[in-house]
Design a protein around this ligand. Structure first.
Ligand SMILES: [Zn+2]
Length: 127
């Protein structure tokens, strides 16, 4: 194997995860990663890289819950101490806020997971 072949086979993890988090193909960074909200395309429409090997499973959901809960809990406490809003106001604002933030973060984290799996050649990405 030549040096150029080794270099061409390298898959930078950070770059692949960033491309995935931007909802783009981890290989080329151009093609759309998802065909719908969380449905990963079988192959990249731009470069043809097979993406059906991904097995993100519950990882993005766990990460989303972890981040949203750790953001919402101190903000909820601080806003209650500072302004003492009504319970219904707190429920509406934080209920909607956590739902919207979770819906925004979920595809970003899933794209990052797919990029990580692609870069590390997991679940058939290396074949
Ligand atoms: Zn691609």
């Amino acid at each position: 194997m030549t040096d150029s072949a080794v270099i061409s086979e390298e898959r930078p993890t950070k770059q692949a995860m960033m491309r995935g988090a931007l909802l783009r193909c981890p290989a080329c960074g151009e093609g759309r990663l998802f065909t719908s909200y969380l449905k990963v395309a079988d192959a990249c429409p731009n470069c043809g890289e097979e993406l059906h090997h991904q097995r993100a499973d519950d990882g993005p959901a766990y990460l989303t819950i972890l981040l949203v809960s750790h953001l919402a809990a101190p903000i909820l406490l601080a806003s209650y101490v500072a302004w003492r809003p009504d319970a219904i106001t707190m429920l509406v604002i934080f209920g909607l806020g956590t739902i919207v933030l979770s819906l925004i973060l979920l595809p970003i984290f899933k794209g990052g997971f797919v990029g990580l799996q692609w870069a590390r050649r997991m679940h058939g990405f290396g074949e």
